[in-house]
Design a protein around this ligand. Structure first.
Ligand code: GTP
Length: 188
């Protein structure tokens, strides 16, 4: 059997966006927990998926813990940024947190570090599409694309940072594999 590639993945996004539920769903069925509760500080989880052996840093999204995120920028291989696609009011807050991430010294040094977005809770009627979330997060601007487009939900090959956005339902797992496959392709 081929040895899996190890990857440290930093999972961030506002509180209640669904980070822990996504990570729980990526674990094998017998390792999942029944009730996901709001994260205090952060949790470290390991699981394997396809060609990757993942160490996931599941950070709390609550305001008072967001300052912990930056401690992990240096050592991560990829960022998973989760947004609650039904929470239009706080999309601006998510965008601001994202811009702090991008402007951080460590992230500026890692121009090729891929960022996977989950537009989570796509099962709910009020949810925004991935394309809409990409626009609200301004993924069509700045360092992201230069030639890419949120309509394609992924950055084109070019000088911008690689990114991809998927609609997901963390409760059923819908959309998660598409995202993980994209991330795997970036990391191989
Ligand atoms: P913090 O730990 O506070 O940062 O939150 P989190 O981002 O880890 O969110 P968590 O996984 O705890 O999920 C928050 C709530 O949203 C829980 O009640 C989940 O069951 C619910 N939830 C997560 N993903 C989905 C989804 O795709 N659809 C629906 N309908 N609910 C979801």
């Amino acid at each position: 059997q081929v040895r899996k590639k190890e990857a440290s993945i930093l999972c961030i996004g506002l509180d209640n966006s669904g980070k822990s539920t996504i990570i729980n769903r990526l674990k094998p069925a017998n390792a999942r927990i029944e009730d996901v509760v709001p994260t205090v500080g952060f949790n470290v989880e390991t699981f394997s998926t396809g060609k990757l052996f993942v160490t996931a840093y599941d950070m709390s999204g609550q305001g008072r813990y967001r300052n912990l995120w930056e401690r992990y920028y240096k050592n991560c291989d990829a960022v998973v940024f989760v947004v609650d696609s039904t929470d239009k009011l706080r999309m601006a807050v998510a965008k601001e947190e994202l811009s702090q991430l991008l402007n951080h010294r460590e992230m500026k040094r890692k121009k090729n570090l891929p960022v996977l977005f989950f537009a989570n809770k796509c099962d709910l009627r009020q949810s925004c599409s991935a394309v809409k979330c990409a626009q609200l997060l301004a993924l069509d601007r700045g360092e992201w694309t230069r030639g890419g487009s949120p309509v394609h939900k992924t950055a084109s090959a070019g000088p911008g940072r690689p990114w991809h956005i998927c609609e997901s339902n963390a409760l059923t797992g819908e959309g998660l594999q598409e995202g993980i496959q994209w991330l795997t392709d970036q990391l191989m």
